[in-house]
Design a binder for this molecule. Structure first.
Ligand code: GYE
Length: 333
């Protein structure tokens, strides 16, 4: 452990040297410990590579992680990868070089992680996946995966639609705004939704495209959908933000969201819940971003060499317009 007494002036000088050495590195957030177990004051050091800042969900997730680390007395090194896998790989390599105690990350896409995960394993640094999964066949490359069941979220959305449109006559035309191409939530939500709506042949997905989980993406792709398809009955957006962006496109076309077009989204962040309570959205499947406390707990356990379950699922629910009105005043994110 590195809990030794170093005079303040010297510690400051060391910190300055370290900061200079690390300047320019992706994960240069003030690490003055490059020597192994524990950070300053012997704190557990967790290197976390975040996907980006693409949505309200992500902001809430980042806040939860930062707050929980501070509360748990964990030294957090945080990097925002701006939705780019290459940046995440760089950040993880940086954490390996810095010999952090535990690495956690939310993989932007599912594939292409084996090499860097192997490097972490060889360095003896345990890895925790949070929020999104990887498709690595070798499960020994990470200790656990903490996050939601995205297939279930898609299925619950589809099941609600089947029920909601059961009395409709003629084809029900659905457009789908997918999340980031190749990401676990985009792949899984699409799958779960498709499985559920297969129960009713009149429910037809007539267009499906990625809006990259952003408001701007949702707006832009919805504009294209509206131009290309005169009859759109339903929008299924893989997150609230894309749905919120799409609202602008729908209103600009002179259509009434929530009435002319039934809107289903996933996440249930505050802005999404507000749109649902206001009658602009019709249904939201919740996806909780508050993973921080559980992540810190897991980081401590894997660092101590304790066994942890390979999969930890987040608990969540769904909201109708009435339920959103009730839940909104106490919504934390
Ligand atoms: O639904 C979306 C975010 O990975 C579950 O990423 C997360 C998704 C979330 O951008 O809003």
């Amino acid at each position: 452990m590195r809990n030794m007494r170093i005079p303040m002036a010297r510690r400051r000088a060391m910190a300055v040297v370290a900061a200079v050495l690390l300047a320019g590195g992706v994960a240069a957030c003030g690490n003055s410990d490059t020597g192994g177990d524990g950070g300053d004051d012997g704190k557990l050091v967790l290197g976390f590579s975040q996907v980006g800042a693409e949505s309200g969900w992500r902001t809430a997730n980042t806040n939860s992680i930062k707050e929980a680390a501070a509360e748990a007395g964990i030294e957090l090194k945080f990097d925002d990868a701006q939705q780019k896998q290459e940046n995440q790989i760089k950040a993880i390599r940086n954490y390996i070089q810095q010999k952090v105690d535990v690495i956690a990350f939310s993989p932007v896409v599912e594939s292409g992680w084996d090499t860097v995960l192997k490097e972490a394993k060889d360095a003896g640094i345990p890895v925790i996946l949070t929020d999104r999964a990887v498709d690595s066949a070798d499960k020994s490359l990470y200790k656990t995966f903490l996050g939601s069941d995205f297939v279930k979220e898609g299925r619950l959305s589809g099941e609600w639609l089947v029920e909601n449109k059961k009395d409709a006559t003629g084809d029900v035309n659905i457009v789908e705004l997918q999340g980031t191409t190749g990401s676990a939530p985009a792949n899984d939500r699409k799958k779960g939704f498709a499985e559920a709506i297969a129960a009713d042949p009149k429910l037809k997905v007539i267009a499906s495209q990625s809006g990259d989980f952003t408001r701007a993406g949702g707006k832009q792709v919805m504009e294209q959908f509206l131009k290309a398809h005169p009859k759109i009955d339903v929008l299924f957006a893989h997150n609230d933000d894309m749905g919120l962006g799409a609202l602008e496109a729908i209103t600009a076309e002179g259509k009434v969201p929530g009435k002319d077009i039934t809107i289903i989204t996933i996440d249930a962040v505050k802005d999404g819940m507000q749109a649902l309570a206001d009658g602009k959205f019709n249904f939201i499947a919740e996806c909780s971003p508050l993973l921080g406390p559980q992540l810190m707990d897991l980081a401590k356990k894997v660092h101590a060499g304790e066994e942890v379950p390979p999969r930890i699922e987040t608990e969540e629910t769904t909201f109708t317009q009435e339920q959103a009105k009730e839940a909104l005043p106490n919504r934390k994110y």
